[in-house]
Write a protein that binds this ligand. Sequence first.
Ligand code: ADP
Length: 269
Amino acid sequence: VIQIYSESLIQNDTKLGTVIVYRDITKEYEVDQMKSEFVTTVSHELRTPLSSVLGFTELMLTRELKPERQKKYLTTIHQEAFRLTSLINDFLDVQKMESGNQEFDKKYHSILPIIQDVIDIQRVNSEKHVFDVDIQTEKLSVFGDRDKLSQVFMNLISNAVKYSPDGGNVQITLRNNENHLIIDIKDEGLGIPKSAIGNLFTKFYRVDNSDRRKIGGTGLGLAIVKEIVKVHQGHISVESNIGEGSTFTVKFPLIEDVYVNASLTHTKG
Ligand code: ADP
């Protein structure tokens, strides 16, 4: 996007010439686009759960309902309120990360139970997906903040579920190379266009595609993941083919075994 600015140079009523300035404002334009997308997303994401909370509470206040029905409505209200809370927490997390105020309580952990807990929650959320964990390494230790590490895998695994059809397989592989513990999260979903990969970890970015628009989200999940991984001296990358699926790969520095084993014993006690 080019902005053109021109002005005539006039001296003693004589036009000496014209100054024309061309400015490349692509970046500003993109930021503006993202901001307006953000307003649309936020208003949609906040309004949808709120209208459902309002609708169901109104029903419950104005009608005589059987206990089963009451329970059903209350369950929906609870779920929607939960969704709103996580959304607001995401916003606050991003805010804190940007201001550098996020606190990390780092300790030695095995990554395996952290991932297994996340999978257990996802299994309850989506009974229609198949989760498979392939452990190819014994070096499973990381030095990090348990809650934040858990959030990394929650965001990645819930995306794998969200952007893939029912019955899809979500494969989680733990392996290592010389310097890193490596975790791959592979799905058989929609895939991501090559042109979108560069923006994927930018906050509020969502891949624009009519199929996906129906899937709720804020475009914050991967931005949060990237930030947390960075604070843990890790690295995240993605490989994807449209219609075939995506693989997100997270790497954390390998921890000296002796040191970790001692600490793990300590944590257990
Ligand atoms: P959200 O899911 O809230 O939109 P994210 O930051 O988690 O935000 O993801 C950004 C975008 O990346 C999503 O809108 C989606 O289009 C795309 N995406 C993320 N994970 C996957 C995946 N596993 N498969 C396909 N697309 C994905």
